[in-house]
Ligand binder design. Structure first.
Ligand code: NDP
Ligand code: 2IT
Length: 464
């Protein structure tokens, strides 16, 4: 799957071009960050015209500048006794509406541009949830893949020994993302507790027995499916009977599949960084249990799925000129759930040619600007990441509430709140898009609805 950065839309206005020129001068060589900002700025042009106060207060110039960026060295010893050196980061982007909140990504592709794009998007996503959380993101260029449990533990301890001085339950609350799941959160929380001598809700995604919220592992995938269902329901349709393409096979892909199965849809693809599987008979719950064991316990490759199930075929990664063939499989719905820029223009065209009805983004920024334009042009119900995958961070915020009250809600209570958050986000997107004359455009709706609350808070709180 290609990580090549998206080409920018060709039709951007003078206002967008001017602002992007300013940003590229101030933050050169950060293509993923530029891509994320350009999408938001394009949506906001009409808002700034209607609200000169946002210009007067230079909100755009301020909001693209992180409040703080921490970068640090992580030295640790591998199983051979050799010393390894990685780089750690925390981008504390915006705390106007709450403590910095956002995940940690451990992957060899991590750099400041990637974390700034993720942290920037997190500001608006978190605002959309309606919960009091600011935006942040962090991580390291360390990949857990091929590392032993002991190596992962030593890395996490070294990472947290430095990060702990920058975070806290009312300051900055990290969580998981690519390469950071329950195991890594456990090792980091243990070290945080030891070094600070305190048991607080500073990390979310903890196990329920030591302060985690029920349903946090499921929340991003379930929430993404709830969002797709909301978009369809607004047109009197449902997911039942739909063939669905899911990419990735990690946390988000797994629980997206589980919820789709529950709603009577059929998932016919999954992937990882080595390739993808096609199972026309569907990844039912028994096969999903196999995938969960394969990925979460044995940490194997998705090709093993096709060795185990005769109904499936495995296809190694092939990013030829004709795009990623996963997106050429005919289907009604697509749930990209691996990483950024995995749906390029050519992939979007293949999806549209096959008459895809709905695309809901579990991953962050999985569709390039060209791909987004194709979805909008063809009237696909397109739920962008900020809106569609906000369920994960929303349940993280619910975990923070439970931790500070030292109580625990039932699975049903959390699910009810998650459904209500996703439905609230859908309504907020629809209202904002309609108010500014872009009905049906969930990109504009999510950017505008996410932005205005943060912008107003920044004005209320003075020049910072
Ligand atoms: P996991 O680490 O659990 O799974 C990631 C999956 O994507 C794996 O199958 C992995 O394959 C694949 N993948 C990762 N990077 C690449 C790459 N560069 N090229 C190809 N395949 C890749 O992560 P999550 O499921 O948590 O995250 C998936 C996406 O969802 C990310 O974009 C993340 O930012 C987003 N997200 C996650 C949330 C959460 O709560 N976890 C919340 C909101 C969004 P392999 O195993 O081979 O590495
Ligand atoms: O991208 C995301 O929203 C996440 N990785 C989850 C962040 C969180 O704090 O739960």
């Amino acid at each position: 799957m290609s990580q090549e950065t998206a080409t920018m839309p060709h039709t951007s206005s003078a206002f967008v071009q001017d602002f992007m020129g300013y940003l590229e001068d101030r933050a050169p060589g950060q293509p993923e960050f530029h891509q994320a900002v350009q999408e938001v700025v394009a949506s906001l042009e009409v808002v700034l015209e209607a609200h000169p106060e946002y210009r007067k207060h230079r909100i755009l110039e301020r909001i693209v500048e992180p409040e703080r960026v921490v970068q640090f060295r992580i030295a640790w010893m591998d199983d051979e006794g050799d010393i390894q050196v990685n780089r750690g980061y925390r981008v504390q982007f915006n705390s106007a509406i709450g403590p910095y909140k956002g995940g940690l990504r451990f992957h060899n592709s991590v750099n400041l541009s990637v974390l700034k794009f993720l942290g920037f998007e997190q500001i608006f996503k978190n605002s959309l949830t309606g919960l009091p959380i600011g935006g942040g993101k962090g991580g390291s260029d360390f990949s857990t893949s091929g590392r032993s449990d002991n190596e992962v533990m030593r890395f996490c301890q070294s990472f947290m020994t430095e990060l702990q001085r920058h975070i806290g339950p009312d300051t900055d609350v990290p969580a998981g993302d690519i390469g950071v799941g329950g195991r890594e959160i456990g090792y980091m929380f243990g070290q945080y507790r030891r070094v600070t001598n305190s048991f607080t809700g500073t990390l979310t995604g903890r196990a329920p027995d030591w302060g985690g919220s029920l349903l946090r592992p499921e929340a991003t995938g379930y929430g993404c499916v709830y969002f797709a269902a909301e978009m369809l329901q607004a047109q009197g349709r449902t997911l039942e009977g739909m063939d669905c393409l899911v990419s990735g096979s990690g946390n988000v892909a797994q629980y997206t599949t589980e919820k789709l199965n529950e709603l009577g849809a059929k998932v016919v693809t999954l992937s990882d960084s080595s390739g993808w599987i096609h199972d026309p008979e569907g990844v039912d719950n028994e096969k999903l249990a196999f995938v969960m064991d394969l990925k979460n316990v044995r940490r194997g490759r998705i090709s093993e799925y096709a060795e185990r199930y005769a109904s499936a075929t495995f296809h190694p990664v092939d990013d030829g000129a004709d795009g990623n063939p996963l997106w050429s499989v005919p289907a009604d719905a697509a749930f990209p759930s691996a990483t950024q820029n995995e749906i390029h223009g050519i992939d979007a065209r293949h999806l549209v040619e096959n008459n895809v009805q709905v695309v809901a983004e579990g991953a962050n920024m999985p569709t390039t600007a060209d791909g987004q334009a194709i979805f909008l042009e063809h009237g696909v119900l397109y739920g962008p990441a900020k809106a569609a995958n906000a369920g994960g961070v929303a349940v993280s915020a619910l975990e923070m509430s439970q931790a500070s009250q030292r109580l625990r809600w039932t699975r049903e209570e959390v699910d009810q709140k998650l459904r209500s958050v996703m439905s609230g986000i859908h309504t907020a997107c629809v209202h904002a898009a309609t108010k500014y004359g872009h009905e049906g455009n969930y990109i504009d709706g999510s950017n505008i609805a996410g932005f205005t609350k943060v912008a107003d808070a920044m004005i209320d709180q003075g020049l910072l």
